[in-house]
Design a protein around this ligand. Structure first.
Ligand code: MN
Length: 264
């Protein structure tokens, strides 16, 4: 694929406002140095105010990070250590501001839930990052949805089996564009809400997180070496609930454009 071909693919993805954006480039390796028998797309997210794309490496998610949500999930929201899970990078569904993305209702579930979340995007990495240095790793922020097959998540949890099928499936991570923190500052408080068909479902403040973004980065880096390109879905507030085909979700975080997703 030539550079101009690739640019046109990316522009098409932007114009469509849906689907993970794909390209062929491998960071640090010129395309003509690696021969492969087939093409595996990489995942990129547009950066606001830039013609560059954010390359996605890993998607980390924190569980039960708002006290009222922890209670509704049946756990005690005392400050026990945070826990994390991952989604595959190709779970990203990019949603361009001002557009509504069609989001397919996934297979195997009868209880498909929204979780509106602030997403932090890293451009630096490291291990054992001290709290006071943690936000230096953050390149920017986006609004995301941690879509969840709640019945399968609960079922697997009840059986003490991995959550994978409930959380880490195709298209489970709708997201808006990355807003550089150099333009927006860091998100420590501000309204976060989600409406379904114009009705408010989730409505909270980012300052109600049990573990702040800086604390999440510091804790995560004890378990994993963080790297540029990592995303962190920072948890959802209370009042998660189901959507069905035809429902329109509108997600909001103060300072970011709304995220509009229709279940089809
Ligand atoms: Mn979540």
């Amino acid at each position: 694929m030539s550079n101009s071909d690739r640019r046109s693919v990316l522009k098409t993805g932007l114009a469509m406002g849906a689907g993970a954006l794909v390209g062929c480039a491998t960071p640090g390796i010129a395309n003509n140095q690696v021969k492969t028998p087939f093409h595996v797309p990489a995942t990129y997210i547009p950066i606001v105010g830039s013609d560059q794309m954010f390359p996605v490496r890993r998607i980390y998610c924190i569980g039960r990070n708002y006290a009222a949500h922890a209670r509704e999930m049946g756990s005690d929201p005392t400050r026990e250590p945070p826990f994390f899970f991952q989604k595959p990078t190709d779970a990203i569904q990019y949603v361009a501001p001002g557009t509504t993305a069609n989001h397919p209702y996934p297979s195997l579930t009868k209880n498909y839930h929204y979780e509106i979340e602030l997403v932090a995007a890293l451009n630096k990495g490291g291990r054992n990052i001290p709290l006071e240095k943690a936000l230096e790793l953050v390149y920017g922020y986006a609004t995301g949805l941690d879509m969840t097959r709640r019945d399968l998540q609960r079922g697997m949890g009840d059986q003490k089996k991995p959550w994978e099928i409930g959380k880490s499936f195709d298209m489970s991570a709708p997201i808006g564009p990355i807003h550089p923190a150099s333009r927006t500052g860091h998100f420590k408080d501000g309204s976060i809400w989600l409406q379904v068909n114009g009705q408010v479902k989730q409505n909270a403040n980012l300052n109600q997180m049990i573990w702040s973004v800086a604390e999440q980065i510091s804790k995560l880096s004890e378990a994993f070496e963080l790297m540029p390109g990592d995303l962190i879905y920072s948890g959802t507030p209370e009042n998660v609930g189901p959507v069905v085909k035809g429902d329109l979700m509108e997600g909001h975080i103060d300072g970011l454009p709304n995220l509009s997703v229709k279940v089809v």
